[in-house]
Design a protein around this ligand. Structure first.
Ligand SMILES: Cc1cc2nc3c(=O)[nH]c(=O)nc-3n(C[C@H](O)[C@H](O)[C@H](O)COP(=O)(O)OP(=O)(O)OC[C@H]3O[C@@H](n4cnc5c(N)ncnc54)[C@H](O)[C@@H]3O)c2cc1C
Length: 284
C-alpha cells in the first residue's frame, strides 16, 4: 500500500515544532518505527508530520534530583548500556532487550512509545509501575501528568494534538531494590503479555513493591492489589503466589489471567533473587 501523502516539516527548534503542531493536525515524527507503518497502512492520516530529529536539546538523558530524565530523542538502545545505575537502570536494561529487534531499538524512542500508547508496549507499563511523571509542552506552556493518568485507552492519551511530550521523569529506585521481568512473546513484534516488578526489602520484610503489567487491558496496568498483597510479607514463595494471584485479577482483558499469574510469579521470583535484602529472608 502507498503511504498517505502528507506535508513534511523538518523542525530545527522547539518553537518550530510547536508552531507546526499548532494546527492540531500534525503528527510528531520521532523514531518513525510506529508512525511510518501507520502512514504506509493509511491507519494515520495527519495533514503533515513534523520531524523533530534535528531539534537541538531533545536528546537529553540525565540523572538529577532522584529522577532519570529522558528527552524525546533518546532511542531505546540507549537503555541497553549501564549509563543508568541502580535498580532502575537494571530494570530498564532487562525490559529494553525485549523491544522489537536491534534496528527498531536503534531508531525508536521511549517517548515515542509513551505517546503511541500501545497497550502491548513495555515502556508505558514501566512508566506506570515506577510512578513516572510526564511533561508536555504546548501553546499554553508546560504541564506535568503522572504516567498513571496519561494513558486513557489503546493508542490514546491526555496529550493534546498541539502538545509535544517533552520529558519523562522516572524516579530512581532505592538501594536494595530487586527487579524482575518476564514476558510471553511469540514474535519479535510486541509481547502477548508481560510483568515487571521492583521490590525493596528492609529488615527481612517487603517495604515497597511496584508491579507493572503489559497488555493486561486497554491501558498499561499497575498491579496495586499485588503490591498490597506483597508489602509487609517476608517475600516467601507463599507471599509471591498470593501477589501473583492478585495481579491476575488486574487483567482487564480476561483473556489469559493464568498468563499474568505465571509471569508475575516469575518476575517477583527474579526480583527476590536480585534483592540485596533477600539474604535475610528465611522462608523461601
Ligand atoms: C517490527 C516492530 C517491532 C516492534 N516491537 C516492539 C516491542 O516489542 N515493544 C515495543 O514497545 N515497541 C515495539 N515496536 C514499536 C517501537 O518501539 C516504536 O519505536 C515506538 O512505539 C514508537 O517510537 P518512535 O520513536 O518510533 O515513534 P514514532 O513512530 O515516530 O511516533 C509514534 C507516535 O507517537 C507520536 N510521537 C512520537 N514522539 C512524540 C513526542 N515526543 N511527543 C508527542 N508525540 C510523539 C507520533 O506522532 C506518533 O503518533 C515495534 C515496532 C516495529 C516496527
Amino acid at each position: 500500500m502507498r503511504p498517505a501523502v502528507v506535508e513534511y516539516v523538518a523542525a530545527r527548534t522547539l518553537e518550530e515544532v510547536l508552531a507546526a503542531l499548532a494546527d492540531g493536525e500534525t503528527a510528531v515524527l520521532a523514531g518513525g518505527q510506529s508512525l511510518i507503518l501507520e502512514l504506509t497502512a493509511q491507519e494515520a492520516a495527519p495533514r503533515r508530520v513534523v520531524d523533530i530529529n534535528e531539534v537541538a536539546g531533545l536528546d537529553m538523558l540525565t540523572e538529577s534530583g532522584g529522577f532519570v530524565r529522558v528527552g524525546p530523542l533518546i532511542r531505546h538502545r540507549e537503555f541497553e548500556s549501564d549509563m543508568i545505575g541502580g535498580a532502575l537502570g537494571e530494570l530498564m536494561r532487562c525490559v529494553v532487550r525485549h523491544i522489537g529487534h536491534p534496528p527498531i531499538r536503534a531508531r525508536g524512542t521511549m517517548l515515542g512509545s509513551l505517546a503511541n500508547a500501545n497497550p502491548a508496549a513495555e515502556w508505558p507499563a514501566l512508566a506506570v509501575a515506577v510512578g513516572a511523571q510526564l511533561e508536555l509542552i504546548g501553546p499554553r506552556g508546560c504541564r506535568t501528568i503522572a504516567a498513571g493518568e496519561f494513558f486513557t485507552g489503546p493508542f490514546t492519551t491526555v496529550r493534546r494534538p498541539d502538545e509535544l511530550l517533552l520529558e519523562a521523569r522516572l524516579p530512581v529506585l532505592v538501594t536494595g531494590t530487586g527487579i524482575g521481568y518476564a514476558e510471553d512473546r511469540r514474535t519479535t513484534v510486541y509481547p502477548q503479555a508481560a510483568a515487571m516488578a521492583a521490590v525493596t526489602v528492609t529488615g527481612g520484610v517487603v517495604s515497597a513493591a511496584s508491579i507493572g503489567l503489559v497488555n493486561a487491558g486497554p491501558c498499561p496496568v499497575r498491579g496495586r492489589a499485588a503490591e498490597r498483597a506483597l508489602t509487609g510479607t517476608d517475600f516467601s514463595d507463599a507471599a509471591i503466589s498470593a501477589a501473583a494471584e492478585a495481579a491476575a485479577e488486574a487483567d482487564a482483558t480476561t483473556a489469559d489471567r493464568r498468563a499474568f499469574q505465571t509471569l508475575t510469579r516469575r518476575a517477583l521470583t527474579r526480583a527476590r533473587d536480585r534483592c540485596q535484602g533477600a539474604s535475610s529472608i528465611g522462608a523461601r
